[in-house]
Design a protein around this ligand. Structure first.
Ligand SMILES: [Mn+2]
Length: 314
């Protein structure tokens, strides 16, 4: 099916955005489109709701192209990697007030958008966008290929999660042909962790709690930790990958205390257990293998509810 994606470039000004505190997939897809529009001399703004700084391990991406919204509403908005408009954060009203919303995503059942280009089976949003670019015979430059590759790498956990299929490798191979520097990008994302953030990892490991029966493991990062270790939440995204290493677990959770005392949870599944269902208990979302949520509850309350929800699924 042809989407006539380029039709959506006609009505400007254009806003390009994605979920709050964007990851490699959201930023990668947004900047790939921005680079394309720039090359076509079509004016657009890329903006996200970001708490603090963008993660430094993704700074191989052209961060200088990210700005702030200049309008209260736009003629056209492209939303990437965001299944629910509430996940747009402070940009939600600008997006919903805009004339046309194009959602490109791989989350299940997006709840908004005038045009939805969705494949819940796709490993990343950049994979969905890559297909659109190919359908529309769009020339993918080296810079664009690095953006698309970043989403593929991060959302497949370096081509290791179960969503890594042969199409993912075909796309990665094609992006490398187009100049994408796979090893440089991987090194920046996974091999360049701030020393202070790395030291905080020891604390997270020390606090690991395993429920043997449910094969559920979790740990916590407190606000005080950021002060003590002189680091920021943006530098600590990798910590959930440490939690999910435990062989005894099939479900991993990392809770991060927010400045207001609430918690953000990152969930990972090591089997075919669907952590999206756990996240949805707290109105969160994501995918089967990786999901997230926010909760204004105590740690004990969150863990109690999660364990209950796990029991319902097994
Ligand atoms: Mn994604």
């Amino acid at each position: 099916m042809k989407n006539n994606f380029k039709e959506n470039f006609k009505d400007t000004p254009i806003l390009i955005t994605g979920h709050v505190n964007p990851d490699g997939d959201a930023i990668g897809s947004a900047l790939a489109l921005k680079l394309l529009l720039d090359s076509l001399d079509i004016e657009s703004t890329v903006a996200f709701d970001v708490t603090g700084e963008l993660p430094s391990n993704l700074n191989h991406l052209p961060y200088d192209l990210i700005g702030t919204p200049t309008e209260d509403s736009y003629k056209t908005v492209f939303v990437f990697d965001c299944g629910n408009s509430s996940r747009l954060g402070s940009l939600e009203s600008i997006v919903l007030n805009s004339d046309k919303i194009v959602v490109v995503d791989h989350h299940i059942d997006p709840t908004f958008g005038d045009l939805q280009i969705i494949d819940p089976k796709a490993a990343s949003t950049t994979q969905v966008l890559y297909r659109v670019f190919m359908e529309e015979n769009i020339h993918i430059t080296k810079e664009m290929s690095d953006c698309l590759m970043t989403g593929l790498i991060t959302d497949t956990g370096r081509f290791q999660y179960s969503n890594t299929d042969s199409e993912v490798f075909s796309i990665a191979a094609d992006l490398m042909t187009k100049g994408s520097e796979l090893s440089t990008i991987s090194e920046n994302i996974y091999g360049s962790i701030e020393l202070n953030a790395l030291k905080l990892q020891s604390k997270v490991i020390e606090r690991l709690e395993l429920d043997n029966e449910l094969r559920f493991i979790y740990s916590v990062v407190y606000q005080d930790d950021y002060k003590k270790y002189t680091t920021t939440p943006a530098e600590t995204d990798f910590l959930i990958d440490v939690v999910r290493l435990a062989k005894e677990s099939r479900i991993a959770l990392l809770l991060k205390e927010q400045t207001d005392g609430s918690f953000k949870g990152s969930l990972r599944s090591r089997t075919d257990f669907d952590v999206q269902k756990l996240a949805s208990f707290f109105d969160g979302g994501g995918h089967k293998a990786a999901s997230g949520f926010s909760a204004e509850l105590t740690i004990d309350e969150i863990i109690f509810n999660i364990k209950n929800e796990i029991r319902k699924q097994i």
